[in-house]
Design a binder for this molecule. Structure first.
Ligand code: SF4
Length: 138
């Protein structure tokens, strides 16, 4: 059996063909122009990994959510568990791009980091009034 994998490690995007034995073991890998593609194809077959973008709740921030992502790919099998955990995460504003929210996810060495700064809203009701006044005249 053959499986096709497109390597995303560089813009060339090699089309890699992985031949598998009947019991699912890798027999051969062809089409990669460099060793990175070999590793990528092996991972895609045995334990595919992805960078996970999502968002977390922010308390007392100018925005209710901050975007976050894993700072390296994690095995796809951990993604459902990560999403459950992320749903429960609340951080107090301010948060800065680059802040680490969760460390060493599932022992992978990947961290969940903030990708968008959210400043603290010092006086929510006052800002709301200002925004309404400004927004109505636009
Ligand atoms: S196999 Fe090498 S050259 Fe081909 S897409 Fe992957 S990283 Fe790029």
């Amino acid at each position: 059996m053959f499986k096709n994998v497109v390597c995303v490690q560089c813009p060339i995007g090699c089309k890699i063909k992985v031949e598998l034995t009947d019991d699912g073991h890798i027999k051969s890998i062809t089409g990669n122009k460099c060793p990175r593609g070999l590793e990528y194809a092996k991972d895609e077959i045995q334990d595919p990994k992805r960078v996970v973008p999502t968002s977390i709740r922010v308390l007392n921030g100018e925005l209710p959510l901050a975007s976050v992502k894993t700072d390296k790919p994690i095995p796809k099998r951990f993604i459902p568990e990560l999403m459950k955990i992320v749903k429960e995460v609340k951080v107090e504003a301010p948060v800065k791009a680059g802040d680490v929210v969760l460390k060493d996810l599932f022992g992978t060495g990947a961290n969940l980091v903030v990708t968008r700064t959210v400043r603290r809203l010092e006086n929510g009701s006052q800002k709301f009034q200002e925004n309404r006044a400004g927004g109505g005249n636009g």
